[in-house]
Design a protein around this ligand. Structure first.
Ligand code: DGT
Ligand code: MG
Ligand code: MG
Ligand code: MG
Ligand code: MG
Length: 291
């Protein structure tokens, strides 16, 4: 490409790489979904179709970006976790975030008719999402972040379910329901729901726990022709040396192989506790990032 006198403007671009060796969480959130959920008549307090659509779009993002190890979704938000060793887009924050936001939004809009067959999207009320990236230096910090989101899910869902039980089953006005719940703890909210004919324990796990997505290698099927693809990758790079001083960096060949196995592994969705150790102990490959 020829140099032009305009080319100096490139120098205005800011480098914005995210700190090496940290877990990168990109959280996206629906813009104005309070209004959007009213407009498209989402069921209250939870609309299963809306959550299933969020999860389908989240899984599509996981499929498109093998460097993601896990995602967690509640309400109109999704948190995506890039492995700490990722070198995707030279770890540039804007690229890592905007790629997730646009991929997610595309799938959300594309899949909408499957989940809301009788409710077409309207111009002027398109689903859009914002996004931000945050680095977490330790697995402890990362797990605390995810625990924070799951506790939020629990608190919000307990409140919203109690609120709507008082309205829909208890015949209250919004103001009265709000006053009834003001200052109550979880046990008292459960009690209030129970006396109004709803056993919170019987609510769907997807509402109570949110959704965690991760790669399940047991769902993986053998990769057809993987040996050819692998050997041509070796031939094209010509070398197998490790160009980085980071201890866990894999060779190009091994990285390619890993990427392929990640793409082929099924993305599993579960509605379970991710706060306690059990989830992580039973699935050690998620944070090791090695299949
Ligand atoms: P934002 O994020 O600042 O642009 O504003 P909102 O309106 O998106 O607010 P946010 O993200 O804090 O809260 C999510 C809203 O989406 C909340 O008003 C409830 C609504 N929403 C999400 N999922 C459902 C659902 O399944 N059913 C119903 N009825 N509403 C939902
Ligand atoms: Mg918000
Ligand atoms: Mg929102
Ligand atoms: Mg939200
Ligand atoms: Mg381009």
């Amino acid at each position: 490409m020829a140099n032009s006198k305009y080319e100096y403007v490139r120098e205005f671009e800011q480098a914005e790489p995210l700190l090496k060796n940290t877990w990168i969480v990109v959280r996206i959130d629906g813009r104005g979904f309070h209004r959007l959920s009213t407009k498209y008549q989402f069921e209250k307090p939870n609309d299963k179709r809306a959550l299933d659509l969020m999860n389908a779009a989240g899984a599509a993002v996981m499929n498109e970006l093998p460097d993601l190890v896990l995602a967690y979704g509640i309400s109109d938000e999704y948190s995506f976790v890039y492995h700490k060793d990722t070198t995707l887009f030279e770890r540039r924050a804007a690229k890592l975030t905007s790629t997730i936001v646009s991929t997610f939004t595309s799938y959300y809009v594309f899949l909408w008719p499957q989940y809301f067959p009788d409710t077409p999207l309207l111009l002027g009320m398109m689903p859009t999402f914002d996004g931000r990236a945050v680095c977490y230096p330790t697995i402890g910090n990362l797990r605390d972040y995810l625990s924070w989101r799951q506790v939020d899910c629990h608190i919000n869902n307990t409140y919203n379910t109690a609120f709507w039980t008082l309205i829909l089953k208890g015949g209250m006005e919004a103001r009265e329901a709000e006053q009834t719940l003001s200052g109550t703890n979880t046990g008292q909210k459960n009690e209030i729901m129970y006396t109004n004919g709803l056993n919170y324990n019987n609510e769907l796990e997807i509402y109570k726990k949110g959704t965690v997505l991760y790669r399940d290698y047991e769902l993986a099927h053998p990769i057809e022709g993987s040996s050819e693809i692998l050997s041509s990758a070796v031939a094209s790079t010509g070398t197998d040396t490790i160009a980085s001083s980071l201890p866990e960096e894999l060779s190009k060949t091994a990285q390619e192989k890993e990427k392929k196995s990640k793409r082929k592994a099924g993305v599993k969705a579960e509605h379970i506790d991710i706060i306690k150790d059990e989830f992580w102990q039973r699935r050690p490959w998620i944070l090791s990032g090695r299949s």
